[in-house]
Ligand binder design. Sequence first.
Ligand code: FO1
Length: 327
Amino acid sequence: MRIVVLAGGIGGARFLRGLKAASPEADITVIGNTGDDIHLFGLKICPDLDTVMYTLGGGIHEEQGWGRADETFTVKEELAAYGVGPEWFGLGDRDFATHIVRTQMISAGYPLSAVTEALCARWRPGVRLLPMTDDRVETHVLIDTPEGEEDAGSKGGRKAVHFQEYWVRHRAAMPAHAVVPVGAEHAKPAPGVLDAIAESDLVLFPPSNPVVSVGTILAVPGIREAIADAGVPVVGLSPIVGGAPVRGMADKVLSAIGVESSAAAVARHYGSGLLDGWLVDTGDAAAVDEVESAGIRCRAVPLLMTDLDATAAMAREALALAEEVRA
Ligand code: FO1
């Protein structure tokens, strides 16, 4: 069974652990979001690719869902001692090595897809991890200019900040007026992405952020069309449970694109042109009829990834719904 999974950060990576447990013989290709990428201290950082690689490779900081376990922050402290910021993005010493190797390889001319393959040779995540594109795409968020932060980028009392600044520095505390994957319109799918979709037996949308993770991957020209035309079941799992994101702040970016934070609204946002099946949490069983009336097969099952068994059960439900749709 060849499965393609469009994954963002923490939710996507945790779901993949369950999928591997539920279907150990499956050949899984992960198309990873790179819109969260940020350049700091002269290094290219790929949060969503690293979260998948560390989570499946056994190096993740489990409670955080990002960064390495057993971290120290000596380099970060020394940078701060030189007054070199930003301090709000927590890069640990072990994590720095990943970004140094990545940046070194990119500077030597390797595309991000080759770099990711090289890093995964160490971590052995047990899936093929492809960046959505080798081109530079960085999500920016339009916010009201914070007090005293007017700068050249400010216009009409608003400014665009890098997604990580909005997400980590500001904790998404203020409304996002727009979310823009800068560069997406000129980006090409990375080598292997379109082939993996065309040759797949199933495409899954894990409970990742529908705007800044799955949405960003779908914004790369050609990917949405390839999935819609693949002629295989496309099944998603709602990241919204009981009207709120299980983790993270997806509601903030959903409102930016005018989508309410509900399991049914996210399914409708993806649309029946893309989605064949949608899993909602048992607490959202009332949404099943609404989703089905949108032409998307829907089931209510437990969707909280409380542990590996719970996540594997969710993955099995998604595989079962895919077979129901395929029939
Ligand atoms: N998230 C935080 O909330 N605080 C941090 O300081 C932080 C640092 C960080 C460093 C490397 C990395 O790969 C991820 C990091 N994240 C941090 C998480 C990151 O913002 C999110 O994982 C994704 O961008 C959203 O899925």
